[in-house]
Design a binder for this molecule. Structure first.
Ligand code: PYC
Length: 321
């Protein structure tokens, strides 16, 4: 099937899951084969020629702003099970920790893989996912690194904040905004604060290595669960917040803690999300200028759907932010 900006297939088969509360929608078939021999090239080809499909799959009325889509492709590395391109209602992701757990559990649900260790190619690099019983998935992420500690940022309405710039498959600004506990009921206000931080970062030109845009804001506070070390609220590049503790965000967080001398390889860090979801994380090993993070959480399949795109449907390409 040829891909074009305006064409959509008549239908697409998807499997939905959630990982510690955050949804992933895996597209199984019906997409055009993407040009490119690297996952970055394939993502660019999807952005250029098939972006209507991204919008149709994760935007309303078939999806919603918090939904992350995952398109499976043939692998690009020998020994990998599949390639994966993650996207949301706004844009594409380098990697997605909760999403990779959802992909692994979806493939297990379909009988394509079983318990054990599997490798997946993403635009950010190749990642391993180990499936265990009880919905538990452990991923060995791409290397995470801290680019800057204690960056001062003047944020209108919030004053001067100090945060760390770190990478865990996406770029994050990590801030502890105050002593006040992060509560789900305050999600609209936390979103407003995180958006203000995002705008201040953009206005001040604070960026990741090589000028990469920081497009995830992670606010940290004390945990509510007795088994967690901290609770977070992560504003994603979709403009909505992560219901899970955010796999790439937690990778960035442990890289920053390591840079501060607060987390040694092997030591466990239990990261709670604003919804009460939990990831257990650790540094598998130190690399030259980075650390290799492992993240463990639980993912569950929630539905199997045939999405339909009626040519007469004015909302077939989705709408919304
Ligand atoms: O788990 O890495 C993650 C993630 C990124 C955006 C939403 N979830």
């Amino acid at each position: 099937m040829a891909a074009s900006r305006s064409s959509l297939p008549a239908e697409l088969r998807v499997v939905d899951s959630h990982t510690e509360g955050e949804p992933t929608r895996v597209v199984l078939d019906g997409w055009p084969l993407l040009a490119g021999t690297t996952m970055g090239e394939r993502r660019d080809s999807l952005r250029r020629d098939g972006d209507a499909l991204r919008r149709a799959v994760v935007r309303e009325p078939r999806g919603h702003q918090a939904m992350v889509g995952a398109l499976l492709t043939p692998p690009v590395q020998e020994g990998s099970t599949a390639g994966v391109i993650f996207f949301n209602s706004q844009t594409y992701l380098g990697m997605c920790g909760h999403g990779l757990m959802g992909v692994a559990r979806t493939l297990q649900h379909l009988g394509r893989i079983g318990e054990g260790c599997w490798r997946f190619d993403t635009p950010a690099g190749t990642v391993a996912a180990e499936l265990s019983s009880g919905g538990i998935v452990t991923i060995e992420n791409v290397p995470a690194r801290c680019a800057a500690l204690d960056v001062e940022l003047e944020v209108p309405g919030l004053g001067v904040l100090r945060g760390d710039v770190a990478y865990g498959g996406n770029w994050f600004f990590l801030v502890e905004p105050g002593e006040r506990p992060l509560e789900l009921v305050d999600a609209p206000e936390l979103t407003r604060q995180a958006v203000a931080i995002q705008r201040a970062l953009d206005a001040a030109g604070v960026a990741g290595t090589g000028g990469a845009r920081i497009d995830h804001i992670e606010l940290s506070g004390p945990p509510a669960r007795p088994d967690a070390h901290a609770r977070n609220f992560v504003l994603c590049s979709s403009g909505d917040y992560d219901r899970s503790p955010c796999g790439t965000g937690t990778s960035a967080m442990i890289a920053a803690r390591h840079a501060r001398g607060l987390l040694a390889p092997g030591e466990r860090w239990r990261q709670e999300s604003i919804t009460g979801g939990l990831f257990t994380c650790w540094i598998e090993r130190e690399l030259d200028d980075a650390v290799l993070p492992c993240i463990q959480g639980r993912a569950f399949v929630t539905g199997e759907t045939l999405l339909r795109f009626d040519p007469d449907d004015p909302f077939r390409e989705g709408f919304g932010p």
